[in-house]
Structures are given as structure tokens and as C-alpha cells.
Design a protein around this ligand. Structure first.
Ligand SMILES: Cc1ncc(COP(=O)(O)O)c(C=O)c1O
Length: 421
């Protein structure tokens, strides 16, 4: 027998307290947040406007609008692209719920496309077969920080006259052909929530280079008005609007973190590459992949277990959960990102968006098939994955990546100690 697993009473690979919390806070954060607190503008204030300029400049966009979440920014993208009743919007079958529910907010219908196993992103080869006369836009999600093949997606969109929305909520700084995500499509959404690469507590941004899209997004953002609260307002709702504005305190926090973002991303990359190197050749472990020409931001280091090679024929998710529990007992901060693929979620299975079947029952809509067996790759990925964010991000350095690798290897090399292995 090899080393005794921690879950069986053996020693932990990653000692208690070895992994530091995200995000690191220093005097830059303290000073900026305190200055906002002591200022006289706590709603959409000077820090919100400055964050818009600084984030747009950082990403290489002409315009940004700060929001109170990535989900708000996604809904604004859907509205800005004029998706409405009866329109269909293509979206990957595996993502965060709001990558798809943002479409419902504007009475349009999500149409799911299966994912590609290697990249975990939308399978670009399957997009065209999902396009109908009602398709208005494609939402691509740069999942876990690996960009979708944007030149190919833009080629498809151009051929069919579709808008392209980028969900960049996990993908700050990710690139294709050395060009950042969020600069390829018509518009894009970023999240600044606690767990994201740029953290302001909660928050987000819509970015675009298109003035018309910007104006439509802004109207939805602030009560259907056409002017920002920084301008002279006429308090008139020109269209249906929400209240998706950010506030000055969180924007100050976001600005402080933005000054450190490039450094964070560089350390995360170094940690992920070290972990990747140390995990090469681990039995029955499928490592994430960075195709040539793509720059991963390594937001979430997601691995899959090769249950077929392990000879496991039972419930895949159940066995995966046992392996993950053994890794957690080693002190490895890995977990599940999702337990359900998107079409399997109740909102789509029961079609219970607004009640009474709306928007699917809308007279403008035509039926959409959400049978889960249409997305076998997404389901396989979902059942066999585990992933991590914290151990690879600052303040953690290479030593945490090394301990994490040791814990993962220990479990995979001694998997026979787990029941039903
Ligand atoms: C891919 C993806 N899209 C959208 C969101 C929504 O972002 P937020 O929580 O800021 O609304 C998240 C994260 O929560 C996400 O991971």
C-alpha cells in the first residue's frame, strides 16, 4: 500500500491555514475605499465614472458602463443587441445560470449548444446547426478563463447576420491571437464579484466600441432614462428600464484592485503552469488545456477524472464526489463548479420563467427542445469535473501550487483506498 490518504486517517498534504484568502487587501484598497466613504457621493459617483474609463482602457474598449453585477451587464448586452420576444439566442449548454437566464429577461429564448470536451467551451462546430430564422445573437462564454475561438465565431455570425455577446465574467485578460476577450464581439459583460479576477465585492461592467449599443444598454441600466445620473436628468422613462447601476464605494474598491490586476494575473498564470507541470502523468486525471494561439487566464483550474479508464461503470458524479472529498481531506481546495448542465435546470425543464409558460408561451415564440440527452458532452464534463480558484491566486505562490499538486497526486495514485474504486 502507498501513502495513507488523509480521508483514511493519514497526514494532510496541504497544512491547515497554508492557503491565503482572495483578494489580497493593502493600503491602496484601504485608502481608496475610505476616501469614497468620506466623500459626499455614494451612489453613481466619481469612482464609478473613473472605473468605467480605467476598465475600458485596461481592456482596450472605447466604452464601459459599471453595473451592480455581471448578470446585469449580460442583460444589458441582450437588450443592446435588440433581442426580444420570439428571438432565439444561442448559448453553451454548460455555464453559470445567468449566461442563459439573461436571455429570458428580455423575453427571448435560449437555444443550447453542446460543449467541446477539450476546451469546455461552446462547440463551435455545432453552432450553425442551431441557427434558425429566429436566431438573433450568439452568447459565447469564455469558461474558466479560456477564450472561445472568436475568429471562427465571428465568421459564423457574419455569414448569418448575428450579433455576438461575450460573457467574460471569468475571463479578465484572456486572449485569442494576443487580443483580449471583450474586444471581439459587439459587446461583452464582466463580473467583479468576490470570487472573480477583479473583485469589488459585487459589481461588473458592460464594454463595447459601438455608440448605439452603448445608448441602448445605458437606457436599460438606469430606469429607461437616456442620461446618466452625472448629467442633467429629465427623469423620463423612454423605455423599460432596470436599476443596474454600481455605487461609489464598490467602484473605489474595484479601482484599487484594478491597479494590481496585471500582477495578480501573472502570479496566477505562474502558479497554474507549475501545477500543470507537476500533475503531468497523474493516473486517470485529464488536465486543462491551452491551445496554441490562446492565452488562458487560469481563473479556474478545472480537471476531469477519466472514470472509463478507471473501469468505473456506476454513477459518475457519485464516484467523482468521493474523489473530490478525498482531495479536500488532503487540504486541496478543489470543488464542483456546477452540479447541473443548463438545460437540466428547472427553469428550462419546467419553462417557468415568468409563470404561465412565459416567455416560451409567448405568441411570438416557437417551441425549443431542452431534452438533456441532446448535450452528452456537457453532461459528461459536469459529472466528472473538479476545479479550483483560490489556491492558484495571490497571495498564494508556487509553494501552494506544489502542495496542491502533491495532494492531488496522492489521491489519484492511491485511489484504490476509496470504496468502490
Ligand atoms: C460565466 C459567468 N457568467 C455570469 C456570471 C454572473 O456574474 P455575477 O455574479 O456578477 O452576476 C458568473 C459568475 O457569477 C459567471 O461565472
Amino acid at each position: 500500500m502507498g501513502e495513507l490518504l488523509a480521508i483514511k486517517g493519514g497526514p494532510r498534504s496541504v497544512p491547515e491555514g497554508a492557503v491565503g484568502n482572495w483578494p489580497p487587501i493593502d493600503d491602496v484598497d484601504r485608502k481608496m475605499v475610505l476616501a469614497s466613504l468620506e466623500g459626499d457621493s455614494h451612489t453613481y459617483g466619481p469612482n464609478c465614472r473613473a472605473l468605467e474609463e480605467e476598465f475600458a482602457a485596461w481592456n482596450g474598449n472605447k466604452y464601459a458602463i459599471t453595473t451592480n453585477s455581471g448578470t446585469a451587464a449580460l442583460h444589458m448586452c441582450v437588450a443592446a443587441c435588440d433581442c426580444g420576444p420570439g428571438d432565439e439566442v444561442i448559448v453553451p449548454a454548460y455555464s453559470w445560470s445567468s449566461s442563459a437566464t439573461c436571455i429570458l429577461h428580455h423575453n427571448a429564448l435560449p437555444v443550447f449548444v453542446d460543449i467541446d470536451y477539450d476546451t469546455m467551451n461552446i462547440d463551435v462546430n455545432k453552432i450553425e446547426e442551431a441557427i434558425t430564422q429566429r436566431t438573433k445573437a450568439i452568447i459565447v462564454v469564455h469558461l474558466h478563463g479560456l477564450a472561445v475561438d472568436m475568429p471562427r465565431v465571428l465568421g459564423i455570425a457574419r455569414r448569418h447576420g448575428l450579433r455576438v455577446i461575450e460573457d467574460c465574467c471569468q475571463a479578465h485578460g484572456a486572449m485569442v491571437q494576443e487580443r483580449k476577450v471583450g474586444t471581439w464581439g459587439d459587446c461583452a459583460a464582466f463580473s467583479f464579484n468576490q470570487n472573480k479576477c477583479l473583485c469589488s465585492g459585487e459589481g461588473g461592467a458592460l464594454v463595447t466600441d459601438d455608440e448605439d449599443l452603448l445608448a441602448r444598454a445605458r437606457q436599460l441600466w438606469s430606469f429607461g432614462e437616456t442620461r446618466t445620473p452625472a448629467e442633467s436628468r429629465d427623469y423620463h422613462a423612454y423605455a423599460l428600464g432596470w436599476m443596474y447601476r454600481n455605487n461609489d464605494l464598490t467602484a473605489a474598491f474595484g479601482r484599487a484592485q484594478l491597479t494590481k490586476l496585471d500582477g495578480y494575473l501573472a502570479q496566477t498564470r505562474a502558479n497554474a503552469l507549475r501545477l500543470h507541470e507537476l500533475l503531468q502523468g497523474t493516473p486517470n486525471l485529464i488536465l486543462p488545456h491551452e491551445p496554441p494561439g490562446f492565452h488562458h487566464n487560469w481563473y479556474n483550474f478545472t480537471m476531469r477524472f477519466d472514470l472509463e479508464a478507471l473501469g468505473h461503470g456506476g454513477d459518475a458524479a457519485d464516484f467523482r464526489n468521493k474523489i473530490v472529498a478525498a482531495m479536500q481531506a488532503e487540504g486541496v481546495q478543489t470543488g464542483l463548479w456546477q452540479s447541473y448542465i443548463l438545460p437540466a435546470m428547472t427553469v428550462f425543464q419546467a419553462q417557468n420563467g415568468y409563470g404561465r409558460g412565459c416567455p416560451w408561451s409567448c405568441p411570438h415564440a416557437t417551441p425549443v427542445d431542452y431534452s438533456v440527452d441532446r448535450y452528452p458532452v456537457a453532461q459528461k464534463h459536469c459529472d466528472t469535473h473538479t476545479g479550483m480558484t483560490n489556491p492558484l491566486r495571490p497571495p498564494n505562490g508556487l509553494e501552494v501550487a506544489e502542495m496542491t499538486a502533491a495532494g492531488i497526486r496522492k489521491v489519484m495514485e492511491n485511489i484504490d483506498q476509496l470504496e468502490d474504486a
